[in-house]
Design a protein around this ligand. Structure first.
Ligand code: AMP
Length: 193
């Protein structure tokens, strides 16, 4: 069973490389950002709750996010494992993930972190804003999302580093170059049976 976390600041390319990595590992991608956006689009209660946080560049409260992830990771398609894209993002979420994995009698195989220089991130996100028209891709919200990442998510890097799980990938440069680096890491991740 292969359970892997993909981390990185907004704009690092998590969405771009998640499918490739998950495909190599033979597991589904579970992207909390995609789930929230789908709920917003469908106009559900969860979507209505999430929308104001997404629009402001803030994290959706842990209790809401954790409940959603617990349910999703219980689904049948997650039995072979999963690649988490964008979760956990806080220490509280990391603790919940530990609990969920313990209940499923499995543990994390690796935490892949895409590292990209700050100004390159802002430029990428502004470019994406023009193409995708995401409500959270304005410059002000982008800067806030980077701040929230630094405050709340960066501490997870030392948490997982301490457990020997970190696989840092240089996410600077062309997509094709980063792709090669991600593939290299994927090859080294053998499923823990
Ligand atoms: P992403 O597509 O991963 O950049 O996520 C977009 C937005 O969804 C974030 O800025 C948050 O508002 C929300 N979000 C996604 N994942 C989480 C999470 N693990 N915890 C809290 N909020 C999240």
């Amino acid at each position: 069973m292969t359970t892997v976390v993909l981390m990185g600041p907004p704009g690092a390319g998590k969405g771009t490389h998640a499918e490739l990595l998950a495909g190599r590992l033979g597991v589904p991608v579970i992207s909390t950002g995609d789930i929230f956006r789908a709920q917003v689009a469908a106009g559900t209660d969860l979507g209505r709750t999430a929308q104001r946080y997404l629009d402001a560049g803030e994290y959706v409260p842990d209790e809401v996010t954790n409940a959603m992830v617990r349910e999703r990771l219980d689904a049948g398609d997650c039995r072979p494992g999963f690649l988490l894209d964008g979760y956990p993002r806080t220490l509280d979420q990391a603790a919940v993930l530990d609990e969920v994995l313990a209940a499923q009698a499995r543990s994390l195989v690796a935490v892949v972190v895409l590292q990209v220089d700050q100004e390159a991130l802002v430029q990428r996100l502004l470019r994406r804003a023009e193409i995708e028209h995401r409500s959270d891709d304005t410059e002000e919200v982008i800067r806030r999302r980077l701040e929230v990442y630094a405050e709340q998510t960066v501490p997870l890097i030392s948490l997982y580093g301490g457990r020997g799980l970190l696989r840092e990938v240089d996410g600077n440069g062309e997509i094709s170059e980063v792709r090669e680096r991600v593939l290299h890491v994927a090859c080294a991740l053998t499923p823990a049976e």
